[in-house]
Design a protein around this ligand. Sequence first.
Ligand code: GDP
Ligand code: GDP
Length: 464
Amino acid sequence: MSFTLAIVGRPNVGKSTLFNRLVGKRLALVDDTPGVTRDLREGAARLGDLRFTVIDTAGLEDATDDSLEGRMRRLTERAVEMADVCLFVIDARAGVTPVDEIFADILRKRSGHVILAANKAEGAAAEPGVYEAWGLGLGDPVQISAEHGEGMNELYARLMPLSDGFAARTEAEAPEIDVAIDEDADPDGETVPAYAAPTPERPLQVAVVGRPNAGKSTLINTILGEERLLTGPEAGITRDAISLALDWDGLPVRLFDTAGMRKKARVQHKLEKLSVSDGLRAVKFAEVVVVLLDAAIPFEQQDLRIADLAEREGRAVVVAVNKWDIEEDRQGKLRALKEAFDRLLPQLRGAPLVTVSARTGKGLDRLRLAVQKAHEVWNRRIPTAQLNRWLAGMIEQHPPPAPGGRRIKLRYMTQAKTRPPGFVVMCSHPDKMPESYRRYLVGGLRTDFDMPGTPIRLHLRSQS
Ligand code: GDP
Ligand code: GDP
């Protein structure tokens, strides 16, 4: 049994782009169907194994009269009436606008299912908008990029339990049935979208980055088990980012190889400059970034820069130390590496460090597992009830400070986003919170919920 999904939101947030992505070539314009006006587009949509009807309120942009708001209201209300589920789209890059608030009001008053989507969420520029979207009071936003096809797994995970509910309803012809709760739902009754594991259709996107000669091409060749990429002793022999989809011992991945990043001083030609931005681009595409270091010359300036960029872009990071086969004092080296890592990249604390030999293939199993785990953690969602029990324990153990004699009260906490995990803590005087206490909370989250290899964002908000 299928259901009907209405895509609503103000003009320009990406509704049509999403509609086209869901409908693909199966678009059927049915504007002569009774009840469907020319303002509403309808199509047969597909997402994974889900089949449903999608309605798009695209005609709105043509509104030239001054009663745009009235028209928008009527159109949205009609779409909402026709639909089982509403997908309310905002533009995460633009943030929440007053017009979005009007939509949120309409949708909040409606009792049906509403899924909030923060579109244009590719890259870090969208992060503030995702938190603003969370503040609309319509639940956690699904982060998507309609244009790049990102976040479709999570959208699927949100729709799936609902569609089960509709199917059950038709079969039993019982008009009232609760929303089906997926298998990962916690005992407190919250619906937690399942982790969407990589599939051949949606492989895990991995970028291998590192300086020229770190061994990136060798690594990829070994994984491929065949000489598909050109390797050699010359620095920067691969000039462009190359992407390859492959099955890495059962894990579907798309690997982005990048030309080695050169020291700025050595950048001479245009092409070499290009290769630096290729590395940066690969980071933006990736879900997990493998920073490949040469054990003989680890943590040089450009290694640090790219690792820092990956963190700021919110990617999961795994550090791999290569050429371990020719390392003599392994114990001593490992200790030194860990020390240097903590000192030079404190922002990546908790990222796994794996020693490998791209040439012999030793350690690549551990690398694959670290990549897989980092991806899973990066996507993880912790139920609110569990978080608040944890928060209470943290406060008891170490109460927040009282700047100027007024104690900061932490009231409530929830996870507002994933990829990477982002948390919101409602508190008094968020501006007075010292950095050390924030670090205490982030560090606690990382260890208590076992979240290596992913940036963790923590936002403090005052209750309004
Ligand atoms: P609608 O008016 O809500 O139907 O929006 P459109 O689908 O026409 O998209 C408006 C603009 O946003 C177009 O220029 C799209 O190319 C752009 N857009 C749509 N989705 C995305 C996205 O995921 N990321 C970015 N960066 N731009 C997008
Ligand atoms: P890229 O520039 O990062 O793609 O590096 P390459 O894959 O071209 O490797 C640069 C040089 O390092 C080549 O001479 C490789 O044979 C060598 N190399 C790569 N991986 C290893 C390794 O695990 N052990 C050793 N001993 N040498 C390696």
